[in-house]
Write a protein that binds this ligand. Structure first.
Ligand code: PMP
Length: 400
């Protein structure tokens, strides 16, 4: 281990809420990252899907610097001349009516929860509106959100938690229908569960949920913070099932890989629940974020990143599915997004990621055994193939 890495790793002023791989990064360009010694890596993670446009995209950097020099944070106490083009574009893309910008994914989720609860009180006249969520969900790290997580490591020692949520099995329509109670106001799900290990639900499930919500007067809220904006080979994962949700959360790639930008976008009936003073954020919808996010959406359209994700994703998944190794337990995915489950008899996911890091490929692990692959959507096919070669090599080393 070099001295710089050791100093950084052992810094007593660093909170221990992450366990990073042993690499110190200093620069990124496209699908490549460089460490402090100048070594180049293929980025197969893109900051948990936040860097879909690649690192340091020239058009996004140009929008960032031009806007930063003019006006960055005027606050939402005033109108500005940038935010509305971004909100209008978000509504056009999602097919929804009203967009409320925030900063992080978790904030967009909190916004959705508040909208749904107020809808429950004011439209459905429920005393205690309840939201059904899916087991294995990941929607962020606020105390409200972790309260309905199924993961002990996210919750342990952080209670008491907020009531008003109940988990049903992911991808199970019949169980969801059975769980609907008199206070249920909404069903809130990820269309593909990312943090749970890239779990793709059965075909027809989301369309089935839509039908169920229509029949029972419930809201369907879809968390596309990770799945949205091209990751699954469609602009939004709900489009694979021709579904129109009542509300959608977006984040991560919305910030073009340079800023935290999120949004909750919904139908007018739902978004009308927000009245002046009811919700907000100092930085949410700031002028700089709006200019960058609008450019990020335009780059995604102009560079056909959604189509790239679909085509390269098919290539990646078919290559992974063709790997014949006892160390490989399962391959799941959609678009340029895969979860590669490692048999613990041969290695931990962490060991695979550390070996890959030594070989110049950066990925990460979820739930101990699932290596997640979600490269920037701009990745060159040759770089993707190189990363997959290294993964195959690593699996072979673990078995030999
Ligand atoms: N929703 C989903 C589906 C996510 O994957 C994440 C982050 N992994 C979040 C919400 C939370 O986003 P953030 O970390 O920006 O708060």
């Amino acid at each position: 281990m070099n001295a710089k890495l050791q100093d950084i790793r052992d810094n007593p002023h660093r909170a221990r809420n992450y366990a990073p791989l042993p690499v110190v990064l200093t620069r990124g360009e496209g699908a490549h990252l460089y460490d402090v010694d100048g070594r180049r890596y293929v980025d197969m993670m893109s900051a948990y899907s936040a860097v879909s446009h690649g690192h340091a995209h020239p058009r996004i950097l140009a929008a960032l610097t031009a806007q930063a020099q003019r006006l960055a944070v005027p606050s939402r106490a005033y109108f500005d001349d940038r935010l509305d083009a971004f909100l209008t574009e978000l509504c056009a893309l999602t097919g929804l009516d009203v967009a409320l910008p925030m900063n992080t994914g978790a904030e967009a989720v909190e916004t959705a929860i508040k909208a749904a609860r107020r809808y429950g009180h004011r439209v459905r006249r429920l005393a205690d509106p309840e939201i059904l969520v899916a087991a294995g969900n990941f929607h962020g790290r606020t105390t409200t959100i972790i309260g309905f997580s199924s993961e002990d490591s996210y919750r342990d020692g952080f209670g008491p938690f907020a009531p008003g949520f109940r988990a049903v099995p992911f991808g199970d329509l019949a169980a969801t229908e059975k769980a609907i109670g008199p206070n249920t106001v909404a069903i809130m799900v990820e269309p593909v569960q990312g943090e749970a290990g890239v779990i793709v639900p059965p075909k027809g499930w989301l369309a089935g949920l839509r039908k169920l919500c229509d029949a029972r007067g419930l809201l369907l809220i879809v968390d596309e913070v990770q799945a949205g904006l091209g990751r699954t080979g469609a602009w939004f994962a709900f489009q694979h099932e021709n579904v129109k949700p009542d509300g959608v959360m977006l984040g991560k790639a919305l910030g073009g890989g340079v800023l935290p930008v999120s949004a909750f976008v919904g139908t007018r009936a739902l978004m009308d629940m927000f009245t002046p003073g009811s919700h907000g954020s100092t930085f949410g919808g700031n002028t700089l974020a709006a200019a960058v996010a609008l450019e990020a959406l335009h780059v995604m359209r102009d560079e056909k990143l959604v189509e790239r994700s679909r085509d390269l994703g098919e290539h990646m998944l078919s290559r992974l599915r063709a790997v014949d190794s006892p160390a490989l337990r399962d391959v799941r995915g959609l678009g340029l997004w895969a979860g590669v489950e490692i048999d613990p008899f041969y290695a931990t996911g962490r060991e695979i990621c550390e070996r890959l890091c030594e070989k110049g490929v950066l990925s990460t692990v979820t739930h101990q055994q699932v290596v997640r692959l979600s490269p920037p959507l701009v990745i060159a096919r040759a770089d993707l193939d190189l990363a997959l070669d290294r993964l195959e090599e690593t699996l072979a080393e673990m078995v030999s």
